[in-house]
Design a protein around this ligand. Structure first.
Ligand code: ADP
Ligand code: ZN
Length: 723
């Protein structure tokens, strides 16, 4: 027997199928989709079996596979096919497409296989007469007569020696059962009576089996409730469902809502899980024990069968695109592929749909569904914009008089506050006050970021780190300025202004320990804290009924990022965070501090006027030839020798110019960070109307460079950032 194996080689575009013999003793257990260990040159590598050959001539020269890694199929037929389609649309190595589908535990180097946990139970042996010789043995037997099987630890409490004797005499028998690390036993099938607006949406969706919908519903309009009702319908039809949410809003609250309604039918996959927990969840899905998968981007690959609906909540979120490594896929495109296979519907939901999606909906490519009102019947909270050009002249710290005043009032009514520190694009650098020295990464052209908790400087690109000393390395003066605008610093100021309030700080530092995120949300919900201060984490998905004030300390950071989507991202962030206020029966309020009070993204978000924002932004995109009017692609050319990289980039550009007519070709230009990990990076940007025209040229270029070691050429179709 001969099989074709796709081997995993790090950092290489080998991407070829190699053939191996299967030794006789493994023949019966081998299947397509298993992982195996194979000899490769002098190495042993992992790989996926992608074919089993019926007839094979010339077997003699083949090597044999060494061992089979799995006992269950890792990639089923659908996923094997999906990988190939993904390879085509992203032009990335096939092996990377398969790797991205699997949980980390299944990607681990061979030898380090993930453990499966078991519980041990005992039951009476029906074939044996009961003979006991002590009172504790008697007790154990009585217990087992009453309850068919009992877990080991409960019986150990009676007497471990009696337990052993009974086992030795075969009066009781042992049974091992797999123990999943997570459980969702706490459910009660809570279901809310839907409003007529919600019901209408549900009815529309379930009336059709395969359709694409854009659900445009304001924050607090009950989208999640609608999703659950639709899922309920498909479960009754015997189908399964995928719910994608951005990692940042995959909060314990969200999982709790789903698990309260659907119990252990859900499998939730998120970064808060250990590798073991993810592995367990994944196996529950494979075995058909979970019918609803909730997770971030990669959950789109959940090995479910018979999918009834795919839901993409907060569909505008950038986290749905894998931007930093191959395969550079968008979960939306994978959803289309899977929906085609399963003949199922897709629902894209958002309070601030991406321009692309709204444009499609208005053209009728997606069916537009709307939830224009909040479930609580109240209007969206009033937004005050504070012009910091004026206000900042009268203030010392980060809080305007108006914001302080509003917090004060809110606290005096015993209500709660959420404060957003918009940190994206911002880093805490260290500079020397005396000579202006800044710390740079020795491998990358970028400043190091200061981490207060460990007192270190770190590079966020290559992982380089160094300790910080008080003296400047250049001028030797003890004058290093470590104060970035961190949440920590604002927390200190806030505590000074409101000494009696309890403040909860939520950022990457305070939530990195396992379980902390959950605990914080629970504590805030139980009003153990008055103010929740945090980064983007506090902006999305949270639902606290007692929060009546949301404050944005600095609205401008996202706006200042030099990217064509910065207005869109700012609009949606502000709309999202504003939506955390006044979600229940109390009136809410929002205060936004900004140096750009007249900017349309800020102005329209304060009026919740999505459609005006949409029109204005579409106009700008049209003028500047950006999506959704034009497609974009970036070709990235990287290598160790900057001169060679540049020369090859020029060649690529010329070849593009020769072959393409109606395409705008920009570059080659240096990437926003020219050098990362001692690799130099150039890029060429393409703007075009016709996707097919460029696809074949780019494919040719990538294939041409596939086996060259001097430069590495990748493409990112429809990139979300140009940086
Ligand atoms: P969205 O996802 O659109 O922001 P949610 O689904 O989180 O909205 O709903 C907002 C709040 O309203 C939640 O607390 C939710 O439990 C509640 N809610 C949603 N639908 C209903 C309903 N039909 N009846 C009562 N409460 C509802
Ligand atoms: Zn670095």
């Amino acid at each position: 027997m001969v099989v074709g194996v796709l081997v995993e080689i790090q950092n290489k575009r080998v991407d070829k199928i190699f053939d191996y013999l299967v030794p006789d003793d493994l023949k019966n257990s081998i299947k397509v989709g298993f992982r195996v260990v194979v000899p490769f040159g002098r190495m042993e590598l992992d790989g996926f079996i992608v074919t089993i050959y019926d007839n094979y001539s010339n077997k003699d020269t083949l090597k044999s596979i060494i061992e089979i890694i799995d006992s269950e199929i890792v990639l089923n037929d659908e996923l094997l096919l999906l990988g190939k389609e993904m390879q085509k649309i992203t032009l990335s190595p096939l092996i990377s497409c398969y790797q991205v589908m699997l949980p980390k535990a299944l990607k681990a180097k061979h030898g380090k296989k993930m453990s499966i946990k078991y519980d041990i139970f005992y039951r009476l042996n029906p074939d044996k007469d009961i003979v006991v010789s002590s009172s504790s043995q008697q007790k154990i037997v009585e217990m087992l007569k009453e309850k068919e099987k009992i877990i080991r630890k409960d019986l150990l409490e009676i007497s471990s020696s009696s337990l052993n004797t009974l086992l030795k005499n075969e009066i009781i028998i042992e049974e091992k059962m797999e123990h999943y690390r997570l459980n969702y036993s706490n459910y009660n099938f809570i279901k809310k009576e839907l409003t007529s607006e919600q019901q209408k949406v549900v009815d529309e969706v379930i009336a059709n089996d395969s359709n694409n919908y854009l659900l445009y519903g304001v924050t607090g309009s009950g989208k999640t409730e609608v999703y659950m009702e639709i899922i309920d319908f498909y479960l009754r039809e015997g189908k399964t469902c995928i719910v994608l949410v951005p990692e940042i809003s995959l909060t314990p609250q969200m999982i709790q809502r789903f698990s309260e309604r659907f119990g252990d039918m859900i499998a939730a996959i998120h970064s808060g899980l250990s590798d073991g927990e993810k592995y367990d969840e994944w196996r529950r899905i494979v075995r058909g024990e979970a019918s609803i998968v909730i997770g971030a981007r990669s959950a789109i690959f959940a090995p479910l069968k018979n999918i009834g609906v795919i839901i993409m909540d907060e569909e505008h979120s950038e986290s749905y695109k894998q931007s930093d490594s191959n395969p550079r896929y968008h979960a939306r495109d994978i959803a289309f592929l899977r929906a085609k296979t399963h003949h199922c519907s897709i629902i894209f939901g958002s309070a601030t749909p991406s321009l692309e999606s709204m444009a499609r909906a208005l053209k009728g490519v997606y069916k537009l569904l709307e939830l224009p009102h909040r479930v609580n019947g109240k209007s969206l909270p009033h937004v005050d914009i504070i012009d910091m050009n004026i206000a900042s002249k009268k203030m010392k710290g980060y809080f305007s008089f108006e914001l302080k005043n509003a917090v004060d009032k809110c606290l005096s009514r015993n209500e709660q506050v959420i404060l957003l520190l918009n940190r994206r694009g911002y880093s805490s650098f260290i500079t020397c006050k005396n000579c202006g020295y800044t710390f740079k990464c020795p491998n990358c052209d970028i400043s190091l970021t200061y981490h207060k908790s460990s007192n270190t400087l770190r590079c966020h690109y290559c992982g380089y780190g160094e300790k910080v000393y008080d003296q400047c390395p250049k001028c030797s003066e003890p004058s290093l300025n470590k104060l970035g605008v961190g949440t920590q610093k604002i927390e200190e100021e806030l505590q000074n202004i409101f000494p009696n309030s309890k403040i909860l700080r939520m950022d990457y530092d305070t939530t990195s320990r396992k379980g902390m995120h959950e605990k914080m949300i629970e504590d805030f919900k139980n009003h153990q804290y008055d103010i929740l201060l945090g980064t983007q984490m506090v902006a999305k998905g949270l639902d606290f009924s007692n929060v009546t004030l949301v404050g944005v300390i600095n609205a401008d950071t996202t706006l200042n990022i030099p990217d064509f989507r910065s207005s869109e991202n700012t609009f949606s962030l502000l709309s999202q965070v504003a939506g955390r206020s006044g979600r229940s029966n109390k009136e809410g309020k929002v205060i936004i501090q900004t140096f750009n009070p007249d900017h349309y993204a800020i102005y329209y978000s304060s009026k919740y006027d999505y459609l005006s924002f949409y029109k204005k932004e579409m106009n700008i995109r049209k003028q500047l030839k950006y999506p959704p009017y034009f497609y974009l692609s970036i070709i990235r050319i990287n290598g160790k020798d900057s001169n060679i990289v540049y020369q090859e980039s020029l060649k690529i550009k010329r070849s593009l110019e020769r072959n393409l007519d109606h395409v705008i070709i920009l570059g080659p230009s240096v990437a926003s960070i020219f050098r990362v990990n001692n690799i130099y990076r150039y890029q060429i940007l393409l703007k075009y109307k016709n996707e097919e025209e460029i696809y074949f040229i780019i494919e040719k270029i990538i294939n041409h460079y596939k086996n060259q070691s001097k430069v590495n050429v990748d493409v990112d179709f429809n990139p979300l950032q140009l940086l």
